[in-house]
Ligand binder design. Structure first.
Ligand SMILES: NC(=O)C1=CN([C@@H]2O[C@H](COP(=O)(O)OP(=O)(O)OC[C@H]3O[C@@H](n4cnc5c(N)ncnc54)[C@H](OP(=O)(O)O)[C@@H]3O)[C@@H](O)[C@H]2O)C=CC1
Ligand SMILES: CC(=O)C(=O)O
Ligand SMILES: [Mg+2]
Length: 574
């Protein structure tokens, strides 16, 4: 940990370390920090002072803002939330150790300000909000003019000048489907940044070895692209599928050549016209996964497995009847993993495993009569059960035990839908998973109120506990953040050559085992966020153990896998 070399004031009043981290904007020719000073690099024993005092100061100042946010009127709230987001980003540059110590120690309070929902608002006006971070963070690849050699050069520059000697984990987006906010173009860079902050805080991945990337393929939203401050490529998304696939191929090959074959690559918030195909192309050839399709599936399956301990009337996954609102990346990803788990648990056929899973998309219930017109990924769910134009009709027709909202359409879980669920089930599952909060299918309060406190609720962005009928209900955050850090950490520990669908199933089971009876008693299907490093360690241990069993691990097997995971975890407190 370094003494202040260039102090500058900021909200948290901590010394700045402008030349010491991967966040440095120093040009390659500028005097660079000595290698020993790079963030996260293991320092000689005893040379690093835990940033305790700075963290206390920063936390006091953050609390001032948190209190102001609590007291603010709805009109003032948004600006104050963005102020806290901005200050945290500044801190991540100026004193990374303090930043990671702060968010790790106070994750439940601060996660909403580095991740959903506030990162969504930050992305909308990224170039105004993110300041220094906007253009200096990570790597922006111009999708129209870059070839493999130029991408390699960008990555090598990053490795040599901004990383702690290499990169372990990349989160890459093309900005086309940012949360439920749609196409934000290069503004989407806030998402890889937020995800990687969580890789470090929740999964102990060395922040000096994390790389956020945006493949800038233009933006179809005129008011974003045409803004004076927009620094992305000012073109529409007019690339052909072949050009897009070539860009992804160049990026994937360049990443593996520069950072090594085992570099972990997480696809994030791509539009669904490309996401499924890119995953199918690259899953066998790289250590990669799509967080929206697979990570989301794993966290939802984990919650469902935990819920079986709460809903004795539903004995196993195969006894559920699911209706999804949304049949895109998240919807189909979750549906596919539930079907995978049912097959694994019962040995049934593919067809049988899909039978009780129903999807509603923008045109209504996905059904047999629509097969001529359906995207490939929806076909397994086109059942012969009749037709429904709306969610309400679908719920009346199917009589589900669980509804899962992944549509980015707010307030679509209406009073009448939830009342119907409560009438036909003792404890209906209601997952309103769309992000950010403004896109949630319903709020926690609505779900509990309309079901007389009987539903089992989870949401993608956090909601506060709700008092109902003399009980406190704790809404779980059904967000892939519970699993992706552990999945990535596991793959990195083993040096896995791939990340499989079975890994998502393993992570789901692992996560479900961390949910204590006290949480279930409060209606919550997920462990406290404050325990997340232990949760990630457990998930990582299970994933890495399986990688060694399956022979896909490139690293030698340690005597104690859990210890190897723990030793790999970077901590700002070490
Ligand atoms: N909690 C979590 O961890 C996660 C949450 N999400 C959230 O889920 C949401 C969707 O993400 P994703 O699946 O990737 O997005 P996609 O764009 O891939 O899919 C959106 C789906 O919603 C459907 N849809 C749109 N409008 C309606 C409507 N009026 N009625 C019914 N369905 C509709 C679309 O229908 P059609 O197919 O006909 O176009 C499509 O099937 C986002 O808000 C995202 O933030 C995503 C990943 C993780
Ligand atoms: C959580 C997440 O990955 C999403 O909303 O896209
Ligand atoms: Mg996402």
């Amino acid at each position: 940990f370094l003494p202040a070399s260039a102090p500058s004031p900021n909200l948290f009043g901590v010394p700045t370390l402008l030349s010491s981290s991967r966040f440095s904007n120093a040009s390659p020719s500028a005097p660079s920090s000595s290698p020993a000073r790079a963030l996260g690099e293991v320092p000689p024993a005893g040379s690093r002072i835990p940033p305790t005092v700075q963290v206390e100061t920063a936390w006091k100042r953050a609390q001032t803002l948190l209190n102001a946010i609590d007291r603010a009127s709805p009109e003032e709230k948004g600006d104050l939330e963005l102020t806290l987001y901005q200050n945290l980003q500044t801190l991540s540059y100026t004193s990374p150790d303090t930043f990671y110590a702060l968010i790790t120690a106070h994750l439940p309070a601060l996660m909403p300000f580095v991740y959903t929902p506030v990162v969504g608002a930050a992305c909308v006006n990224w170039y105004e909000v993110a300041g220094h971070a906007a253009i200096n963070t990570g790597v922006f690849v111009d999708g129209f003019s870059s070839d493999k050699a130029s991408i390699k050069k960008q990555l090598e520059d990053y490795r040599d000048n901004k990383s702690a000697g290499g990169v372990d984990a990349i989160v890459v987006t093309d900005g086309e489907r940012i949360l439920g906010l749609g196409d934000l173009g290069a503004n989407g860079m806030g998402i890889p940044c937020g995800k990687l902050h969580l890789y470090t805080a929740c999964g102990g991945v060395n922040p000096g070895k994390c790389l956020p990337v945006t493949l800038d393929c233009g933006c179809n939203v005129d008011e974003i692209r045409e803004k004076d401050t927009y620094a992305g490529v000012k073109r529409k998304r007019d690339m052909s599928v072949e050009q897009f696939d070539k860009l992804v191929q160049n990026f994937m090959e360049a990443s593996m050549e520069v950072f090594g074959r085992e570099v972990l690559i997480q696809f994030e918030d791509f539009g669904n016209g490309n996401a499924f195909r890119v995953l199918e192309d690259w899953q066998p050839k790289a250590t990669c996964f799509n967080d929206d399709i697979q990570g989301t599936a794993s966290v939802v399956l984990g919650g469902l497995i935990a819920s079986l301990r709460l809903t004795p009337e539903v004995a196993s996954l195969k006894d559920h009847k699911f209706v999804f609102l949304g049949a895109g990346e998240a919807g189909v990803g979750i549906a596919n993993l539930i079907a995978y788990a049912i097959r694994a648990e019962t040995g049934c056929s593919d067809e049988e495993s899909y039978k009780n899973i129903h999807l509603v998309d923008s045109k209504g219930l996905v059904s047999k009569s629509r097969t001529d017109d359906l995207a490939h990924h929806k076909l397994p769910y086109a059942h012969d059960v009749g037709e429904a134009k709306t969610l309400e009709e679908a719920v009346q027709l199917i009589k589900p035990t669980a509804i899962v909202g992944v549509s980015a359409q707010p307030q679509t879980f209406t009073e009448s839908v939830i009342k119907h669920m409560a009438k036909t089930n003792k404890n209906p599952i209601v997952f309103a998973l769309s992000n950010p909060t403004s896109k949630a299918e319903c709020t926690a309060e609505q779900a509990y109120k309309w079901s007389d406190g009987n539903c089992v609720f989870a949401s993608g962005s956090p909601f506060a506990p709700v008092e109902i009928a003399g009980k406190t209900k704790i809404p779980g955050q059904g967000n892939n953040a519970y699993v992706f850090p552990g999945i990535g950490l596991g793959a990195l520990t083993a040096g896995s050559s791939s990340v499989s669908d079975n890994d998502m199933y393993i992570a789901a089971k692992s996560l479900s085992e961390t949910v204590g009876q006290d949480r279930l008693d409060a209606g919550c299907l997920y462990p406290p966020l404050g325990d997340i490093r232990d949760v990630s360690k457990k998930i990582a241990t299970d994933i890495a153990t399986k990688a060694w069993e399956d022979g896909i691990a490139r690293h030698p097997k340690p005597a104690d896998v859990s210890k190897a995971v723990e030793e790999r975890m970077w901590s700002p407190f070490d």
